[in-house]
Ligand binder design. Structure first.
Ligand SMILES: Cc1cc2nc3c(=O)[nH]c(=O)nc-3n(C[C@H](O)[C@H](O)[C@H](O)COP(=O)(O)O)c2cc1C
Ligand code: SF4
Length: 679
């Protein structure tokens, strides 16, 4: 048996977990009708197949109708959930993985205008800023009803054959009783003592035990330190931990540190790129040391070395690597094969989590197969006939195309005009808080090298260069170039956000950034400019700023920008720029009226996305077999591309990523994966 601490089994009551890695509960928002159907099952089964010991399904599966989904959660109050969960459990069990589910009542962390339009409830009428709902102060009949709802849901999960459940008690109803900040009740559940504040939790646990018995595994994921003045502090968190253990009602503690009622607070609990690795690991270790009880924890333990340390040093029994498994479902299999170096690293971009808060399903920025296991399997099948691919551009789209083509057994040559791979991602990664983005490039580049892809750097490939390679397939992944030609007057006086990020243009001292794209580039340019001491205003015609930068991803940007006094102006748009003395006069207007204003600045930066670099594509189009045409039906169905407008032509031509239209990194990589796996 391996001596790797991560690969040692862990005994949790009667349940033997085959190693120390788990996926903590996280709702990827894949349910259909509130039920974990085929997409959901395939997602967990993939990770079970690759060796995860325990997968904690759902995330905030709702036990009651007045806890409507905040992000397309599993509805554990539905009886139909049993059949679907059973299918999922059976499949994961077949692969040797244990399965549990997180159950909760969301309390005030949801909205009343979804589901059945019932009022949300909490232990005080204070609203949660993130979800905005003003709750009803919970009454005795609500408490009695919800206790039974928990027990019903637990019984359903036992009936479905799950190995256990965990209750969620951070930022939801259960801990709204615990925290003096969110409990203003009188009486037996009131704020005046810890006994009273914990009464609801123990009532729920006792009701659950009555239904599921003593053997069924029941754990709790709970806050051990709110890190908030007046809230649950560490000493009280330790006391809560002891009481949970001593109650004999729970079998494991899954430790959370922090509070989650705003995007910024949540970002400290679930750190994103640029933030410290494993910031709460020592805290979780303190709880394990104090309670000597099975302790689980996850928070930016992204790499195997940190996970190994967490177990070897005795801080944790089970290590959650949740987003890491979204980026690479096969971590355990790779550890076991001695291929740790090939693990696709989670870069902390948080595209996965941010998307669910905007109503989308969780997708990984750099693994488009995640959540699409059925239509875009993680494994790439070999092609029947190896062919010669020429790919132009080594940004994320070009590298992914090269990786997939080489995995299919094709011969692959990549031309890149710069002397390094990366394209726009390389520029993005120059801002220290986004430096992890470069791993997205490095991983692909290293995989390509292992697969024998030939790279020709500093090669500005024109049509003749490409044709000289005698390709069977040409993929144009040349990306885009900053697009600033948007004004009737003064285009020659503005610079782009990418000019600032690349260092081609020095920052001004009084700068207007006009942000039409609403993405990270404007914020990164602002940070670079303002950190020189310059005055910076970011302006957008939209009604919110940075609409493409989602909640938790925005947080580190705000941590950087607010201390630098960067200001944000919404609903105003740049109309023209003219010279004025030594500086510039920007005329601004609005979509709402004819009102105009002026700004006197010394630099105007425009962020308006990129225009496709498409010359090469159009130069090659007429000599290609398909005239560049993509059969979208075949693309979506995963079938080969067979358009043949000129049957005698030697090669097929495709373009992908921003060379088609400005989109994002996920779109670029997904373009490449789903096209090239059919070629
Ligand atoms: C898409 C997504 C949804 C999540 N939903 C939940 C949830 O419903 N309940 C919960 O306790 N944690 C949830 N989490 C948090 C994870 O369980 C985990 O604590 C977090 O991702 C930090 O661990 P990691 O750095 O290993 O990813 C979610 C995470 C993600 C990525
Ligand atoms: S989107 Fe980013 S944070 Fe989420 S799993 Fe993928 S790489 Fe990790």
């Amino acid at each position: 048996m391996s001596a790797d601490p991560l690969l040692q089994p862990f005994q949790l009551k009667h349940l033997t977990l085959r190693n120390r890695l788990m996926i903590t509960s996280h709702e990827p928002a894949y349910p259909e009708d509130g039920l974990p159907k085929d997409r959901y099952r395939a997602y967990h089964a993939e990770r079970a197949k690759a060796g995860i010991a325990l997968t904690m399904t759902a995330g905030s599966a709702s036990v009651a109708r007045d806890s409507p989904p905040a992000f397309n959660n599993i509805l554990a109050w539905k009886d139909e959930v049993v059949g679907w969960m059973k299918k999922l459990v059976d499949e994961c069990h077949d692969h040797g993985s244990a399965v549990m589910i997180q159950l909760t009542h969301l309390g005030r962390r949801t909205r009343w205008d979804v589901g059945d339009w019932l009022p949300v409830v909490s232990a005080s009428p204070e609203r949660e800023p993130a979800h905005r709902a003003f709750p009803k102060r919970i009454e005795d009949w609500d408490i009695a009803r919800i206790i039974e709802d928990y027990a019903d849901a637990a019984e359903r999960m036992q009936a479905a054959g799950l190995d256990g459940i965990e209750l969620e008690s951070y930022g939801h109803l259960m801990d709204s009783f615990w925290s003096p900040l969110t409990n203003d009740l009188d009486g037996p559940y009131g704020a005046d003592s810890l006994d009273n504040r914990m009464r609801f939790s123990f009532d729920v646990l006792r009701a659950i035990r009555k239904r599921v018995g003593d053997e069924f595994i029941v754990g709790i994921r709970y806050v051990g330190d709110e890190m908030l003045a007046g809230g649950i502090a560490k000493a009280e968190g330790m006391e809560i931990s002891r009481r949970l253990k001593d109650s004999g009602l729970v079998d494991f503690l899954n430790v959370i540190r922090g509070h989650i009622e705003t995007d910024a607070a949540l970002t400290n609990v679930i750190p994103v790129q640029g933030m410290a690795s494993a910031p709460h690991l020592d805290f979780a270790g303190d709880i394990r040391a104090e309670t000597k009880f099975p302790t689980f924890h996850a928070a930016k333990i992204q790499d195997v070395a940190t996970a190994r340390h967490a177990v070897a040093s005795g801080k944790l029994d089970m290590v959650g690597m949740t987003r890491a498994h979204m980026a690479d479902p096969h971590i355990v299999a790779k550890i076991m094969r001695g291929e740790e170096g090939r693990i696709r690293p989670c870069v902390g971009a948080n595209y996965c989590l941010d998307r669910i808060y905007q109503g989308g399903m969780a997708l990984c920025l750099h693994n488009p197969s995640t959540g699409r296991e059925l239509e875009q399997p993680h494994e790439i099948a070999k092609a029947d006939t190896p062919r010669r691919f020429v790919i132009v551009g080594a940004g994320p789209a070009g590298l992914e195309a090269a990786r997939v083509a080489a995995s299919r057994g094709h011969e692959v040559i990549v031309h890149e005009a710069a002397n390094d791979p990366g394209g726009q991602v390389r520029l993005t990664a120059q801002t220290p808080r986004r430096a992890e983005m470069i791993q997205l490039i490095q991983w692909r580049f290293e995989e390509c090298e292992k697969l024998g892809v030939t790279f020709r750097f500093n090669s500005f490939a024109d049509a003749a260069t490409v044709m000289d390679e005698n390709p069977d397939v040409v993929i144009v992944a040349t990306g885009g170039i900053a697009h600033t030609e948007i004004l009737p007057q003064g285009n020659d006086l503005v610079v782009s956000a990418w000019d600032i990020l690349s260092g081609d243009v020095q920052p001004g001292s009084n700068v207007l950034i006009y942000d039409d794209a609403g993405d990270q580039a404007a914020l990164q340019a602002a940070e670079k400019i303002a950190s020189t001491g310059a005055k910076v205003e970011i302006m957008t015609r939209d009604r919110v700023f940075s609409p493409e930068v989602m909640g938790m991803t925005l947080t580190p940007a705000m941590w950087a920008l607010q201390p630098l006094d960067v200001t944000f102006t919404v609903t105003w748009k740049l109309e023209s720029v003219a010279r004025e003395g030594n500086g510039l006069k920007a005329t601004i207007g609005t979509d709402y009226s004819d009102v105009t204003r002026e700004r006197l600045v010394d630099q105007v930066v425009v962020n308006h996305g990129t225009a496709p670099l498409e010359d090469l594509y159009f130069d090659l189009r007429e000599s290609s077999r398909n005239l560049g045409e993509v059969d979208y039906d075949a693309l979506i169905a995963g079938a080969p591309q067979e358009v043949s407008r000129q049957p005698d032509a030697a090669f097929q031509l495709f373009r992908i990523g921003d060379a088609v239209a400005a989109r994002n990194t996920h779109a670029a990589i997904y373009d490449a994966l789903r096209l090239v796996r059919t070629l």
